[in-house]
Design a protein around this ligand. Structure first.
Ligand code: BDP
Length: 585
């Protein structure tokens, strides 16, 4: 799905700002009844941390958002599209009292044509937002409902923030419009052949494709996609990005009816001899698993936070991150494209593990995951939405289609095989597919790793296993790395998560868990292991910053595994890691 842009033909109008929200539906369309029991919520932003009332903060079920939208008469000569960047977890959209669209899935955009539902001037827009998660949704939760209580118990470790989390816009196009663009290309000896696939709706008689360099010079132009050649292309390199633009112009009877500019980078990605090669050169991934999580905003997108987080990652010497555990705002990826950051782009396939427990020794009590979850169809939908949204981003180097599923429970392979195939088939580049692995899905038992391109390990030896005992746990870590390598010698291994909860300001003379010293020792010990193996191709620390979780005996004010605090102050370990990463070639 294309990002909304404004240009010669298209216009964009933001509907962000303060909306009215209530638990019961308040408005009757057309009436001027005063609204009672409404509270104010800023969009984009999670509801939960904008309210004082705990009942509202913890409400399970529906929230009704409402606002008026004034539509100027001159827009009506065009298609008017209403687009939501994301609504978490489910949205039912009502226009002037009538339900017109629904979308399930909290982290991808959706849109629909509005013309037939609206009039010139004042219109009423309502969105029923639900935060229910169950065994058919992603993420997965246990949905418990009795006569006097409704609850969602998350099978994952972050707070189930809800609301309209990303921008809401009205944008316009003509009746003939560019619906989608796939920018495929092939790199030859000293030129690149760009082969865009453009989907157009409506009548037209001519299309012109232009390729512009980063100073906006047209380097190639044609009405035939087979003639789009870029001589001596400048490659998009990690941390040294170079972006071209594909501009597509659509004409009808000599008149320009649509135009869309999409940036892209020219580069290759390959997995070969257990290495990750970008433009033929092997790269080591240094970076983080992250969350969209910030005080007050919750999971609401805020451009200033995106910019700061990217600046902090670059300051640390990172070159990559994973959008754990769901697709992030489109603005994040657009920035990563410009900055040369490498992104493992993750679908919200999290919680696929019956009776998941932080005490991993308890995780083997039940092996029924794949008979209980009914998420496969929805999983296909979220993968499709992820790949079609993000396919043209040069920053995206791999798709993570789930996080820590029960890869060792019977049925895991049957569940994942079609999903891996689908992901590859949707992506013209066939980028690597990964599924970060949980420690219980051992090399002997796991059924998923054979399907993926990079072995991604989330490991907590010295924390959930052998808590506080680094020496003993590192022997287990080494043994495990070697066992995976023996089983899959051609696949690279990366650590997609490892870390320890650390209370900022807590110091200890000893190896005391939760202290800043323990976090420093833990990371140093892991790095010493990684550096022994040439086939370990990356380290993503868990987590970039502390983040909010549900209430749990193991969580003191959330998950404290951040290298930064939730308000982005560095813990001591940040300086060690910065030193390591900035001195690594
Ligand atoms: C892993 C999960 C991650 C958690 C992390 C932790 O992938 O979402 O936050 O452990 O426990 O199991 O900190």
């Amino acid at each position: 799905m294309l990002y909304p842009i404004q240009n010669e033909v298209r216009s964009v109008m933001e509907l962000n700002g303060i909306w009215d929200v209530s638990i019961e539906r308040q408005s009757v369309s057309g009436s001027n009844m005063p609204l009672t029991d409404c509270f104010k919520v800023y969009v984009p932003g999670s509801i939960n941390d904008q309210v004082r009332d705990e009942k509202i903060r913890n409400h399970v079920g529906d929230f009704w958002y409402r606002r008026e939208v004034y539509v100027p008469n001159y827009l009506f000569s065009q298609r008017i599209v209403l687009r939501f960047g994301s609504v978490t977890q489910r949205a039912d959209v009502y226009v002037n009292g009538k339900q017109v669209f629904s979308h399930i899935g909290g982290f991808t955009p959706f849109e629909f044509e509005l013309n037939k539902y609206i009039r010139v001037g004042k219109n009423e827009l309502e969105v029923k937002v639900s935060n229910i998660l169950d065994n058919t949704t992603l993420p997965v939760g246990y949905h418990l409902k009795t006569e006097d209580k409704e609850e969602v118990i998350p099978l994952f470790d972050f707070y189930n923030y809800c609301g309209i989390h990303r921008s809401v816009v009205l944008y316009t196009t003509n009746d003939t419009y560019i619906k989608d663009i796939d920018i495929n290309y092939q790199i030859k000896e000293n030129y690149a052949m760009v082969l865009p696939k453009v989907e157009i709706v409506g009548d037209y008689d001519n299309i012109i494709y232009e390729i512009l360099d980063d100073t906006e010079n047209v380097v190639s132009a044609s009405d035939d996609i087979h003639n789009l050649l870029v001589d001596s292309p400048r490659l998009w390199q990690p941390m040294n990005a170079y972006l071209y633009t594909l501009r597509v112009k659509v004409f009808s009877n000599g008149r320009l009816v649509d135009i869309y500019s999409e940036k892209f980078g020219i580069r290759t990605i390959e997995i070969k001899n257990n290495q990750l090669l970008i433009n033929g050169k092997s790269y080591y991934l240094k970076g983080f698993g992250r969350h969209e999580d910030f005080p007050v905003l919750g999971k609401g997108h805020n451009g200033a936070v995106t910019v700061l987080d990217h600046n902090l990652m670059k300051w640390m010497g990172a070159n990559s991150y994973r959008t754990s555990h769901y697709p992030y705002a489109e603005e994040d990826l657009r920035l990563a494209d410009e900055e040369g950051l490498l992104v493992i782009d993750e679908a919200p396939g999290v919680g696929l593990y019956s009776r998941f427990n932080f005490d991993v020794s308890k995780n083997n009590a039940d092996n029924s995951t794949w008979s209980w979850v009914q998420t496969q169809e929805h999983h296909k939908q979220v993968i499709q939405e992820l790949v079609t949204r993000d396919k043209n981003h040069p920053s995206v180097i791999a798709w993570a289609i789930a996080n820590e599923p029960a890869g060792h429970h019977p049925g895991a392979c049957e569940y994942f095989k079609p999903l891996v195939e689908l992901t590859k088939s949707l992506d013209y580049e066939h980028r690597p597919v990964v599924v970060p692995n949980i420690v219980n899905a051992t090399p002997e038992l796991d059924e998923i790793t054979k399907l993926v391109d990079i072995i991604c390990l989330n490991r907590y030896y010295g924390w959930y296993i052998d808590h506080g005992n680094l020496n003993e746990s590192l022997e287990k870590l080494k043994k495990e790395v070697e066992t995976w390598h023996e089983k899959y010698p051609d696949k690279p291994i990366m650590f997609s998560e490892f870390g320890v909860d650390t209370v900022p300001g807590l110091h200890s003379l000893y190896e005391n868990p939760y202290s800043e010293e323990y976090q420093r020792d833990y990371y140093q010990a892991y790095f010493d292991v990684f550096d022994e193996y040439s086939y370990v191709i990356g380290e993503h620390l868990w987590n970039f910053a502390d983040f909010v979780t549900g209430r749990n005996l193991r969580r003191i004010d959330g998950n404290l595994k951040g290298i930064f605090t939730r308000d982005r102050r560095p813990k001591s370990v940040a300086y060690d890691i910065r030193k390591r990463w900035t001195s690594m070639d």
